[in-house]
Design a protein around this ligand. Structure first.
Ligand SMILES: Cc1cc2nc3c(=O)[nH]c(=O)nc-3n(C[C@H](O)[C@H](O)[C@H](O)COP(=O)(O)OP(=O)(O)OC[C@H]3O[C@@H](n4cnc5c(N)ncnc54)[C@H](O)[C@@H]3O)c2cc1C
Length: 407
């Protein structure tokens, strides 16, 4: 009898695992159990419908540093399948990819449908069956055979099982994995934007600062990169990074905290004072509203000047010591109250999931139940934005599929 492999979940990791299993051992019988009537739904909407498949970070150490949870685990896994492997995998299947200046890699077609078509075509060619509306609610293993039960009572049997059900907002979503003896790290959201209902900065919605540094007051958490002012608060890569690294801490604070913004990226107080002194000497007679020495929009500059309680119609040489100090503080250590979060519409993930300490990194096999494998966001792995979450799904899916088929 050929070996049968059940993949639970028809998402990114599930398809990659199923295809990897069939490539490793074409004689296996591989089938996907999907709870809904559609597969690859997140791939479809990912990256604003364009699917940011990976990131051009080809060095393993550097790649693994983009994962607030799972860095050490993935560093080992990337030795088997990394960003270069992803590029090769898709290009071998005729999907041309394009790298953008921020290192994000998208299909050249600019539509996620190319990725979906690629998976569906390959799955059909490899005879991988998808069983829809099979919502798994229990697994048991007796005499080396797994029995998988759906919420409607249907049963499927398999010699190996790969669990790829994605991030679950609630632990109860994977209580059936917990019932097998696995530890579930409490899920919390990651990749969200900050709500600032009481801050007037919201009036500047649409303003972008290309290079900023943001911190959470009272912690060591930091994010860097573009910052976008929105009508509800702040967003952009710097804020999303902060939300990912701080996912657990910020949940502990019930999403009420203070964010400190350096609008001039890493500029230190000393060098900022130097720039301000030079501006006062060289352009003393000019109005502050007419001379903005920094890489922020004029609108934001005027806002910051007023925030430092300075009239923007004042001339540079009218700036007294007290005002100068306030301006310095506003430019590099500007404090805003955050009350609540908004899920980032482009990309959000769940921190938490199946504990990595119970999964063999070389094979993605459970250390508790032989023959049971995991891949994708159901594991306690999540990355920042930029294609890193799919990369983790491809890597773990590839390893799980290969090992489930060959062991
Ligand atoms: C809007 C949005 C945009 C994103 N864009 C990007 C991007 O551009 N780049 C990037 O790297 N990441 C992106 N992400 C993150 C990325 O989509 C996920 O990290 C990735 O999809 C995880 O893959 P997965 O296969 O583990 O889980 P999923 O893709 O969530 O797939 C899980 C599958 O399992 C099924 N399932 C769940 N429970 C059961 C059950 N009990 N029984 C049977 N089936 C079940 C689900 O229906 C689903 O089909 C985005 C996320 C969102 C929400």
């Amino acid at each position: 009898m050929p070996k049968s492999i059940a993949v639970i979940g028809g998402g990114a990791a599930g398809f990659f695992a199923a295809l990897s299993a069939k490539s490793a051992n074409p004689n296996c019988n591989v089938f996907i159990l999907e709870r809904s009537a559609k597969v690859l739904s997140k791939v479809k909407i990912s990256g604003g419908g364009r699917c940011n498949v990976t990131n051009a970070t080809f060095e393993i150490d550097a790649l693994s540093k983009n994962y607030p949870r799972g860095e050490r685990f993935l560093r080992k896994a990337f030795a088997q399948f990394n960003a270069q492997s992803t590029v090769d995998w898709f290009e071998t299947r005729g999907i041309r990819l394009k790298t953008y200046p921020d290192n994000c890699i998208f299909p050249q077609s600019n539509t996620s449908q190319s990725i979906i078509d690629c998976f569906l075509f390959d799955a059909t060619a490899k005879n991988i069956e998808v069983i829809y509306q099979f919502h798994v609610q229990a697994i048991r293993k007796d005499n080396e055979v797994f029995t998988i039960t759906s919420i409607t009572g249907n049963e499927m049997k398999a010699d190996a099982v790969i669990v790829t059900v994605g991030g679950q907002p609630k632990r109860s979503g994977i209580s059936w994995v917990e019932n097998l003896g696995h530890t579930i790290i409490e899920p919390v959201p990651s990749l969200f934007t900050f709500n600032m209902p009481n801050e007037t900065i919201r009036e500047l919605m649409g303003n972008v600062v290309e290079k900023s540094t943001v911190k959470i007051e009272g912690t060591k958490l930091m994010g860097q990169g573009p910052l976008l002012v929105t009508h509800w608060g702040m967003s952009g890569p710097a804020i999303l990074q902060l939300s990912a690294w701080g996912a657990r801490v910020l949940e502990g604070l019930n999403y009420h905290f203070f964010v400190l913004v350096n609008w001039l990226n890493e500029t230190s107080e000393e060098s900022l004072r130097g720039v301000l002194a030079a501006t006062m000497t060289q352009h003393g007679a000019k109005k502050m509203s007419n001379l903005n020495p920094f890489p922020v929009t004029n609108r934001l500059w005027e806002f910051l000047v007023q925030r430092a309680e300075i009239n923007p119609e004042n001339r540079w040489n009218e700036l007294g010591k007290k005002s100068l100090n306030k301006l310095v503080n506003t430019l590099i250590n500007d404090r805003y109250a955050v009350s609540g979060k908004t899920t980032f519409k482009e990309e959000f993930v769940t921190a938490g999931g199946v504990s990595l300490s119970e999964i063999e990194v070389k094979s993605m096999e459970s250390k508790i139940i032989p023959g049971l494998y995991f891949a994708g966001e159901v594991m306690d792995i999540d990355g920042i934005t930029g294609g890193f979450n799919f990369q983790a799904a491809w890597t773990t899916g590839f390893i799980a599929g290969k090992n489930a088929a060959s062991s």
